[in-house]
Write a protein that binds this ligand. Structure first.
Ligand code: SAH
Length: 339
């Protein structure tokens, strides 16, 4: 039988595994702890009996991805790493330093089938989804590679996390487990292009995890021009789901809005957006579009972005303009791709 990735095991399944090998339950906790610290081989699990280590070795592998290429931004210290999994699948992850600590942007799928016109990650479609363990392993491998501790995870790399909901859920539970990596729910952010049914479900399952929604338009007509998903779920339907989410969870939603010159950056677009958002718990993150070859789309001029921000702020909407980290290494939003 083929070996399986032990990083996909939560503590309960590890307990079953060690018990099936005739070992005591508490061994599972020891192994779980070693794995969360990025241990790359069973031999290194010093307090685990040799016979158990050998049993594990026979049946399991520790699926830490290999570093294929790494690039470091000369501008801001952002590091982009191309990881490769055991089956050859490759994804990119990005390590960023913020004033509040170190953060990683991980991928949730190998490719993406959402087809957003401005995004590099979707150009070749979807190859496969990542498992929860593979998402976790990007964090562990990145800590190893950079030698730095990571305190925040954003699921905003390649892929649509809500198109891989079960594995995403497994990942969140795995990384949150205090016996393992122990990352707080509030230190995790998931970004979706707006798969409506999952927004509601996510609010119920993970009310403490931060949610970001890629909106990128003030109405359905403009949204449909760049985001095929907007044909599946109408603008009103999306806004309703978001409003219900904030009511049910008491948490605000972050709306990401990539500023695309001549597409969604006019004054009237700002006013229309402000009209939707006025009076509820949201935050708008304006992202100057990062250039992606072959899309024919450009970032808005700085002036339009500042004006857009002012319009929203006048209506009491909280707005930030995202610093684009790592754009010199194509590590910024929408620039991650398969190679
Ligand atoms: N699929 C998820 C997460 C991955 S994309 C989502 O759609 O939210 C992370 C963010 O980068 C999204 O807001 C996405 O719309 C945005 N993005 C994609 N291409 C971009 C580009 N060229 N410039 C700026 N932001 C981009």
């Amino acid at each position: 039988m083929d070996k399986r990735n032990i990083l996909d095991c939560d503590l309960e399944s590890l307990i079953e595994v060690v018990c099936s090998y005739g070992e005591k339950k508490f061994r599972a906790g020891q192994i779980f702890g070693w794995l969360a610290r990025g241990t790359e081989s069973f031999d290194k699990m010093g307090n685990v009996p040799k016979a158990l280590r050998e049993k594990l070795e026979e049946n399991w592998y520790i699926g830490l991805p290999e570093v294929v290429v790494a690039q470091k931004s000369a501008e801001d210290g952002t590091q982009k790493v191309l990881f490769q999994f055991r089956d050859g699948a490759r994804v990119e992850s990005v390590f960023m330093k913020y004033h509040y600590g170190n953060s990683i942007c991980i991928s949730s799928q190998v490719g993406c089938r959402m087809g957003c016109a401005f995004c590099a990650s979707t150009k070749k479609g979807l190859d496969r989804s990542l498992t929860g363990g593979e998402m976790l392993s990007q964090v562990l491998a990145m800590e190893k590679f950079t030698g730095e501790k990571i305190g925040h995870v954003v699921v905003m790399g390649i892929g649509e996390p809500f198109d891989n909901y079960e594995n995403l859920s497994a990942f969140i539970r795995l990384i949150n487990n205090p016996k393992g990596f122990g990352l707080g729910m509030r230190n995790i952010t998931v970004s979706t292009c707006g798969l409506v049914p999952y927004i509601t479900r996510f609010g119920k399952d993970f009310s403490q995890v931060n949610l970001a929604v890629s909106l990128h338009a003030p109405n359905g007509e403009i949204r449909q021009r760049t985001m095929p998903v907007a044909r599946r779920y109408g603008y009103e339907e999306l806004m309703d789901a978001c409003r219900r989410y904030t009511e049910d969870t008491g948490r605000r939603i972050t709306f990401e809005y990539a500023m695309i010159r001549g597409v969604n950056d006019r004054m009237e677009n700002g006013l229309e957006l402000a009209g939707h958002l006025e009076g509820w718990l949201t935050h708008v993150n304006l992202i100057p579009l990062n250039p992606v070859e072959g899309t024919g789309m450009n970032a808005s001029y700085r002036d339009s972005i500042l004006r857009f921000k002012e319009i929203l702020e006048k209506k009491g909407v909280t707005v930030t303009i995202r610093r684009t980290l790592g754009s010199d290494i194509d590590g910024a939003c929408g620039q991650l791709r398969l190679r």
